[in-house]
Write a protein that binds this ligand. Structure first.
Ligand code: ZN
Length: 422
């Protein structure tokens, strides 16, 4: 039976993914990722940090691109701490219109981060002031994140029973103008049963859409995201699952985008429930995953769900025999469903490339190979040189085409000025 309420995808690669130790993306790579996510029909991309100076040009340029229709229907959202100061910086320096505001709710984190200076009621006050400030500043859609929600115990540090703290937190956010509540399993601590129960209980009490933000420290990220979402649906509200491309994210990572989509479409009973946002186009999966792997410099693991090299490889006698008779013997889905046949193969042998130290002749040749006759070749050369400087990698065909199509946006994205502005 199809459900009225749906599960939407909010991808957080450009926020949680890039804040991960040892890996990162250039502003152009973040932009390309937004572009690919929009092609895939993702509901919303958490594009970065509007309170952070080096994100401003990138964020404003991406918002302009979205206004021109370059990002389809995908919403672009910023992440900030639930503090008035961060909200003020975000609205002063960027045109961001959708914000998620984050604050810790667990005793262990509030104790650890605020040195015992703030109790639960102080956290509520900080959060509601930040939400009210965002609302007043004209932010159109606000999500409120309870960081470490799963470890937010039902009692205070002086052992007073306070089971409804997360509900009070979400209701206070709603009363001040928030539209969504993000339940963060920040340490990947929940189990499928516990997250289902917690989310259902909160959703029933607050009747607002719930976001699931699950980490993978115990290998539960995808399962917890899906079961948490089912808790929200069973309480009669929409669910939004936070994903990252290839599961990139802090420590053991976040819920992997492709795994979540496949689980929502293909796992036992899900086909009949039909809960996934119908805009999702899984055939763009390979494009976004292979791009992210290249951009992060982190190869896709051989056994990665859906897009790993072995996801459709069969060797052992019984499996190969079974496959040859009927692929459904050993496959729940097929490579073409994930768009795996389409990928860019870099040519070998004699080849002209362009990049950080390239010149006009080479540039024109490269673009001719892509079927593009440049009019403003001096400007494009300058942008290509800077893009290669930022990426420190050969530019992909899509990046080169993007630069030629949106030179003004690319110029803004590539402009990073470290001088202090306030
Ligand atoms: Zn996270």
């Amino acid at each position: 039976m199809a459900r009225k309420n749906k599960v939407y995808i909010i991808d957080v690669t450009n926020r949680d993914g890039v804040q991960t130790a040892f890996i990162g993306l250039s502003k152009l790579q973040k932009t390309m990722l937004n572009f690919y996510l929009s092609e895939m029909g993702v509901y919303q991309s958490e594009i970065g940090f509007p309170a952070l100076q080096h994100e401003w040009n990138y964020i404003n340029a991406n918002l302009k691109l979205a206004d021109k229709g370059a990002m389809g229907t995908m919403r672009l959202q910023g992440w900030a701490r639930a503090m008035v100061e961060d909200v003020q910086r975000a609205v002063k320096y960027t045109n961001i219109r959708i914000l998620n505001l984050s604050i810790s709710t667990s005793e262990i984190m509030t104790e650890g981060k605020f040195g015992g200076r703030l109790n639960r009621e102080d956290i509520l006050k900080m959060m509601t002031e930040a939400v009210a400030c965002a609302k007043e500043a004209g932010i159109e859609s606000i999500g409120v994140n309870a960081e470490d929600a799963s470890r937010t115990e039902p009692y205070t540090k002086d052992r007073r029973y306070d089971e409804d703290y997360l509900i009070r937190f979400a209701l206070a956010a709603k009363a001040n103008g928030a539209d969504r509540f993000r339940y963060c399993d920040t340490l990947g601590y929940d189990r499928t049963v516990s997250i289902y129960d917690s989310v259902k209980r909160i959703a029933e009490a607050v009747q607002m859409p719930i976001e699931l933000h699950c980490h993978n420290d115990l290998g539960y990220a995808v399962a917890n995201s899906v079961e948490g979402a089912m808790g929200a649906l069973d309480a009669g509200v929409d669910a939004y699952i936070n994903t990252t491309v290839n599961g990139m994210g802090e420590r053991a990572g976040n819920a992997d985008l492709v795994s979540v989509i496949l689980a929502l479409k293909k796992s036992r009973g899900m086909q009949d429930l039909d809960v996934l946002d119908e805009k999702i186009d899984l055939t763009k999966a390979w494009k976004v995953c292979s791009y992210a792997a290249m951009a992060f410099g982190q190869p896709i693991p051989i056994n990665q769900v859906g897009v790993g090299r072995n996801a459709f490889a069969h060797e052992s006698g019984i499996h190969a025999d079974g496959m040859l008779k009927n692929r459904k013997n050993y496959e729940l889905y097929s490579p073409d469903e994930l768009g795996i046949e389409e990928h860019e193969i870099r040519p070998l042998g004699r080849i002209i490339t362009t990049g950080e130290y390239g010149g006009i002749k080479g540039l024109k040749h490269v673009y001719q190979q892509l079927g593009v006759e440049l009019e403003n070749e001096r400007d494009i050369l300058r942008l290509v040189q800077y893009a290669a400087l930022h990426n420190q990698k050969p530019l992909t065909n899509d990046e080169l085409l993007f630069i030629a199509k949106y030179p003004e946006a690319v110029e803004q994205i590539l402009t990073v000025d470290p001088r202090r502005v306030d």
